[in-house]
Every structure is written in structure tokens, then in C-alpha cells.
Design a protein around this ligand. Structure first.
Ligand SMILES: Nc1nc2c(c(=O)[nH]1)N[C@H]1C(S)=C(S)[C@@H](COP(=O)(O)O)O[C@H]1N2
Ligand SMILES: [Mo]
Length: 263
């Protein structure tokens, strides 16, 4: 241990004190500003995500941070955390119609001949009719549907739980995969869903809204209702379902929206 005596402090005059304080503030400002600028340059120069990828071009370090937050929220919310539900009386009678990519009214589509296609391993396709789906146990939900554009509505939906559908058609082994992909019959709108959200007990393949058959503009014959996600993931008019361990393509993620899009 050194026993060096402390140097006696020289008394500073008021002016010296002020000058010193000014200098320190200015120096700190310069260092902080420099740091911020440096950080920005670093981010700016960092590589962008590859074009044509699953997620839209953000800077790689930002995507890293986004993925970390996503993991955090997944752990907290996907483990059977239930979305708040409401009494039926609180639901709107006719829900708002938002967007119609892949289900445009001018597009030829015959709900009577529609079948749901489930692509299995080896490319084999399971075809399921609406009648078969409606014969499965029906589950209803009344919850606050949220669109990223900034509106929300308490809506009443009914259909079969995705997990019940999986079990009935003996697709259990596919729940070990990481993602579910869903596309409209014309493949113009498509979403990728992480498996925990897909098999969440409130996730439905819906064919009724407000106790009435689903209307075409809301996604008839069958749409996805996934309360743990924002509206963009609630694909209307499901044509094909796939399973994979890599992220399926996702319409809005390609435009830069959060791939996970969870609440
Ligand atoms: N096929 C298809 N599904 C879709 C969309 C779309 O444009 N096409 N828009 C999504 C968005 S952004 C929202 S908010 C909801 C709106 O559903 P609604 O029209 O039944 O209210 O559907 C989602 N599913
Ligand atoms: Mo939306």
C-alpha cells in the first residue's frame, strides 16, 4: 500500500471554477456528440439485410436488436398467455373491412369449390372441405382486433382452433417445426407464423363472424384469426398451409414490418 500523502488542493477562484465547469460541460458534450455521430456512422455503414430476403432491408445490427426483443416477447407471451376476451354484447355487429390483397372483388373465386390445401412432407397435399372443418368442435372468441394502422375493434369470431384441426387431421408431428406458412389461393397475400403462436389456444381457422357465415370481404370461406398478432397476420381466404423450419415468406415483413408482429 502506498502511503503517498495527498497533494494539498489549490483554492480556485470563482472565475476559475466557472471556466472549469464550462470546459467540462463542453468537453462532455463533444465526447457525447462524437459518440452519437460515431454510432450513427457505424449503423449507417453497417451492411443492410440482403435484398429479397424474408425481412425487409433494415441495418443488420438493428435486425439483431429486433430479433432479441422478439425472443423476449415470445418467451413472455407465447407460453399460453391468453389475450383478453370480452362479452359478446360488446362486439361490433359488422366488423370493419380493411384490405383485400389476394381477395379482390373483381377476382374470380368460387367458394363452393374451394378446398384447404395442407402441404405435407414429401409434397403430398391434404385437401379439406369447409364441411369437414365445420364438423369439428366450434370455438368462439370475442377480443380486441388490432391493426397496425392504428385502429382496433372488439369482434366476435368462430371457427375451429388451429390446434384442434392439427390433431383431428393427425398433423401433430408438424407442430415440432418452427413455422407455419399460409397463402391466399392466388398466392398474392401470404404470412409466416411462428409455431407457438399458431398452436396458441386462441388461434382459429374462422368461418363465422358475429354469428353469421363469414363474408367474402372478411376472408370467406376460411380465414386465420390469431389474437396474439396484429391484423396483418390474420390472413383472409386461406388457400394453402405449409410447415417449415425456416421463415415462410411474409407479405408485410417483405415491406419492412416486424416479422413477428405480436401484440
Ligand atoms: N388476403 C388478405 N388477408 C388480409 C389482408 C389482405 O389485404 N389480404 N389484410 C390484413 C390486414 S392489414 C388486416 S387489418 C385484416 C383486416 O381484416 P378485416 O378486413 O376482416 O377487418 O386482414 C388481414 N388479412
Ligand atoms: Mo391491418
Amino acid at each position: 500500500m502506498s502511503k503517498q500523502a495527498k497533494k494539498p488542493k489549490k483554492e480556485l477562484t470563482i472565475e476559475q471554477k466557472i471556466n472549469r465547469r464550462n470546459f467540462i460541460s463542453f468537453a462532455s458534450f463533444t465526447v457525447l456528440a462524437g459518440g452519437a455521430y460515431g454510432g450513427w456512422r457505424w449503423l449507417y455503414k453497417s451492411p443492410e439485410e440482403a435484398a429479397g430476403g424474408i425481412t425487409g432491408g433494415t441495418r443488420k445490427p438493428l435486425r439483431k436488436a429486433l430479433n432479441k426483443t422478439e425472443l423476449f416477447f415470445r418467451r413472455v407471451f407465447s407460453d399460453n398467455h391468453l389475450v383478453k376476451t370480452y362479452p359478446k354484447e360488446m362486439a361490433v355487429k359488422g366488423a370493419r373491412v380493411n384490405s383485400d390483397i389476394g381477395i379482390e372483388a373483381k377476382k374470380k373465386f368460387d367458394p363452393a369449390t374451394w378446398k384447404l390445401n395442407v402441404v405435407k412432407k414429401g409434397g403430398e397435399v391434404l385437401q379439406v372441405s369447409l364441411q369437414e372443418i365445420m364438423a369439428l368442435p366450434k370455438t368462439e372468441i370475442v377480443y380486441d382486433f388490432k391493426c397496425v394502422e392504428g385502429w382496433d375493434e372488439i369482434q366476435h369470431w368462430a371457427g375451429v382452433k388451429f390446434i384442434d384441426f392439427i390433431k383431428h387431421f393427425k398433423l401433430d408431428e408438424y407442430t415440432k417445426m418452427e413455422y407455419v406458412g399460409m397463402e391466399t389461393p392466388d398466392k398474392a397475400y401470404y404470412v409466416g407464423i411462428d409455431m407457438p403462436s399458431a398452436i396458441h389456444p386462441q388461434t382459429l381457422l374462422a368461418y363465422e363472424m358475429s354469428d353469421k357465415p363469414l363474408q367474402l370481404q372478411h376472408g370467406a370461406p376460411l380465414r386465420l384469426i390469431i389474437p396474439v398478432k396484429y391484423g396483418i397476420k390474420n390472413l383472409k381466404r386461406i388457400g394453402t398451409i405449409t410447415f417449415s423450419n425456416t421463415r415462410p415468406r411474409d407479405y408485410w415483413a417483405e415491406e419492412g414490418y416486424d416479422y413477428y408482429s405480436g401484440l
